[in-house]
Design a protein around this ligand. Structure first.
Ligand SMILES: Cc1ncc(COP(=O)(O)O)c(C=O)c1O
Length: 350
């Protein structure tokens, strides 16, 4: 599935819709979703809610929008939320939590994506009028910056029990929730059983062109619908892309296993090649590498990879991410690994 010999490992968002999705998009029955009138949107929202074991679901335009409106619906401006310091909501969503939702972030360290009840206990602010009251904890699963790590059901359950006993709600940024479900071998509904709200993306491993889903109880979804309107997310004939979402839930979830196997294969080949780099083993569809400065600057390595036909995002510090997805097969992974080895073994950069 390579594109002109290029192997694109930047993200699982670079996928193209499957032929079945394109057919479904073409044939989609649509209405005006603004008037709650689009049958394909209804079908997707119902299917998603059922799949997650939640009362209701709402189609939104992106994971970022889903997270933002969840925060807005579950909190009041002037409150605080606890979340991981490296989390997507904290660092990669344009500061919407502060700028739009009016929230103060209380960040905690979350090794391998895990936010412990103890960390929440230490970060949460009391009901003193001096404090922005802590009303929400956000947990990311899988956890992107931590390496595509999966947070266990037990860890999420105990976090929720701790938070709920203190009147604090829990939102899950499950942009890659189905990767977590496949990796844990449990239904997605079990992972999110105790959280108040969850967002998952249709555009990551599930390969849709647009969209994300927010799910929770019916009151939360009613409030989230108002918040979606506030941020300009009211939609018209959204059945056009909801149709792809229906195909994704039926046919793209189980295949995530292949992405995980391919990521593991890439990690294994690179580890076994005994290269002068650190390879973080994949738990799901991401492999993180670190190239020591003494070997070559990370940005030079990324540039060399690009010249060799392996595209990755600019490094963060010395760390770089490689993501497997619907557009990458086993042969691509083997070829990418060979190119990576060649880039590292080539002449030293000037
Ligand atoms: C963990 C996580 N949450 C949320 C998002 C936001 O999704 P979107 O790009 O659809 O806004 C991303 C996107 O990469 C992500 O990785």
């Amino acid at each position: 599935m390579r594109n002109n010999g290029m192997i694109d490992l930047r993200s699982d968002t670079v996928t193209k819709p499957s032929p079945e999705m394109r057919r479904a998009i073409y044939q989609a029955e649509v209405g005006d979703d603004y008037y709650d009138d689009d049958p394909t949107v209804h079908a997707l929202e119902e299917k998603a809610a059922e799949r997650l074991g939640k009362e209701a679901a709402l189609l939104v335009l992106s994971g970022t929008m889903g997270n933002l409106i969840s925060l807005m619906a579950l909190t009041r401006p002037g409150q605080s939320i606890v979340l991981a310091e490296g989390s997507h909501i904290h660092l990669n969503e344009g500061g919407g939590l502060a700028r739009i939702a009016g929230l103060t972030p209380r960040t905690v360290s979350a090794p391998r994506g895990l936010i412990t009840p103890e960390a929440v206990g230490a970060a949460m602010l009391s009901t003193s009028p001096l404090n922005p009251l802590t009303s929400l904890v956000c947990v990311e699963n899988t956890n992107n910056a931590a390496g595509g790590c999966v947070v266990s059901v037990e860890a999420i359950d105990s976090l929720c029990i701790f938070a709920h006993e203190r009147g604090i709600k829990v939102h899950m940024d499950g942009a890659r929730l189905f990767n977590a479900a496949v990796a844990l071998g449990v239904p997605a509904a079990r992972i999110v059983e105790k959280v108040n709200s969850v967002t998952f993306c249709l555009t990551k491993g599930l390969a849709c062109p647009v969209g994300a889903i927010v799910a929770g109880d019916a009151d939360f979804i009613a409030e989230a619908r108002l918040c979606r309107q506030t941020v300009g997310g009211g939609m018209r004939q959204a059945g056009i892309f909801a149709a792809a979402g229906l195909v994704a839930l039926d046919s793209m979830v189980e295949r995530l296993v292949e992405d995980h196997e391919n990521a593991r294969l890439l990690g294994n080949i690179l580890s076994e090649a005994e290269l002068p780099i650190t390879v973080e083993q994949a738990e799901t569809n991401m492999v993180y590498l670190e190239v020591p400065e003494s070997v070559m600057p990370a940005r030079v390595f990324v540039q060399r990879l690009g010249e060799a036909g392996v595209i990755v995002n600019p490094p963060k510090g010395r760390r770089m991410r490689m993501v497997t997805h619907y557009g990458i097969d086993r042969d691509d992974v083997i070829e990418a690994a060979a190119r990576i080895v060649r880039c590292l073994n080539g002449p030293a950069p000037i």
